[in-house]
Every structure is written in structure tokens, then in C-alpha cells.
Unconditional design. Structure first.
Length: 219
């Protein structure tokens, strides 16, 4: 089966849209009926995230780590134990495209690094900051961006690379570097599409939200 892995820390504002999108991708006809399991790792949640997840036909795991790397590692381990041949990672504040899984698998590689599209810029992210972002961001084939919100890897390649490490941030970057060192084939593609939030109050220090905040503060 295919596993979709989504870590969440106090994500009640985003989870409905995230899970609607993930389940729609899981039902894509081009998957030919292959089972897809969605697993949400509820990490130190004190809001309504757990209640929201319980309303959907998805799996849930509750941990108290406050560590996205550990959340992804435990989630990947659970999916592998349940027979996943491929693990697709996203984030709770993101929406995957309907053909997201189809596009990842269709690239025929050991791993896929996809791009993200930012939706609804934060009011403090002015036009100048948006120009800086689009100047530096390559939404195209052959890009070199790494996002936990749009990352896929085969079970075999994941295990050869040693899996996610319990890092507070950049656990996705670490895994991709390990995949490169292990000789895995990696597609750097714009085909698998994910829309993500432009929030500046990122859940993980050093993550995408921090990057946007730094751009917003640049003179």
C-alpha cells in the first residue's frame, strides 16, 4: 500500500482542508485501487486537532515529542510496519493536489522532491518580499528545493538511507542528503503539486515559515 504521512502540532485551523485533499488524492482512479493509508502524527497538540482527525477515515498516532523529525520517523515506522511500499510526506497546513500521488509515483525514481505553491500571502509579506521570494524560488523541473510538505520516498530507499532523524527542523533535508549518499535516484520535480500556507508563525524553528519571515524582514 501507499502511506501518506502528516505531522501536526496544533493545526486545527488547517486540518480539515489538509485531510480533504489527502483523501481525494488517495482515491485517484490512476492508482487502480491500490490501498492508501493516511497517518496523522498528533505531536503535543492542545487544540482541537485530535477531534478533527477523528472525523476522517485516517489513522492517528499521538506523541509528546514537540519534534517534527521524531514525529515523521515514528510515522514512517508505523506505515512501514503496515506494509507501505511508498511514503508520501506532507504538512498539516498544506493541501496536496488530486493527482499528487500519481505524479510522485509516475516519476519512477526512489524519491521525489516536489515544490510548493504559497497561497494567501500574510499581510506583513508585502509586494517587495513577494518579489524576493519569486526571484529565488524555482518552481520548475530540476529545482533544488526540499520540502517536508512535498516529499516522497520508496520504502526500500528510506530504509537504506537510515530514515528520518529526530531533528527539530531540517529532518527532510537530512533525509534527502542521506538518500543522495546512499545512491538513491531522486526526481526534483514540479509535477507533484502542493499548496501551502504563507503563515509566519511556523511550528518548527528554521522551517519554511521562518524563511518567509526572514524575507519579510529584509530591507
Amino acid at each position: 500500500m501507499i502511506g501518506i504521512l502528516i505531522p501536526a502540532h496544533n493545526e486545527e485551523a488547517w486540518l480539515h482542508d489538509c485531510l480533504h485533499a489527502a483523501l481525494r488524492a488517495a482515491r485517484h482512479t490512476s492508482l487502480a485501487g491500490e490501498p492508501v493509508e493516511v497517518l496523522v502524527i498528533l505531536d503535543s497538540c492542545t487544540d482541537r486537532s485530535a477531534q478533527i482527525v477523528s472525523q476522517y477515515p485516517v489513522q492517528a498516532m499521538t506523541i509528546e515529542a514537540r519534534n517534527v523529525g521524531q514525529a515523521r520517523a515514528l510515522g514512517a515506522q508505523r506505515l512501514l510496519e503496515r506494509g507501505a511500499r511508498w511514503i508520501s510526506c506532507s504538512d498539516a497546513d498544506s493541501r496536496v493536489a488530486e493527482d499528487w500521488l500519481v505524479e510522485q509515483l509516475g516519476l519512477g525514481t526512489d524519491a521525489v522532491c516536489g515544490t510548493v505553491t504559497v497561497e494567501h500571502w500574510h499581510e506583513s509579506f508585502d509586494e517587495a518580499a513577494q518579489i524576493r521570494y519569486h526571484r529565488d524560488y524555482q518552481a520548475s523541473e530540476g529545482h533544488r528545493h526540499i520540502h517536508g510538505a512535498n516529499l516522497g520516498v520508496s520504502a526500500q530507499a528510506y530504509l537504506r538511507a537510515g530514515g528520518f532523524e529526530p531533528l527539530a527542523c531540517d529532518e527532510d533535508v537530512q533525509l534527502v542528503r542521506q538518500l543522495e549518499r546512499s545512491g538513491a535516484s531522486i526526481a526534483w520535480s514540479h509535477r507533484p503539486q502542493v499548496v501551502t500556507s504563507a503563515r509566519l508563525d511556523s511550528r518548527a524553528r528554521g522551517g519554511f515559515g521562518d524563511y518567509l519571515r526572514q524575507l519579510a524582514q529584509t530591507e
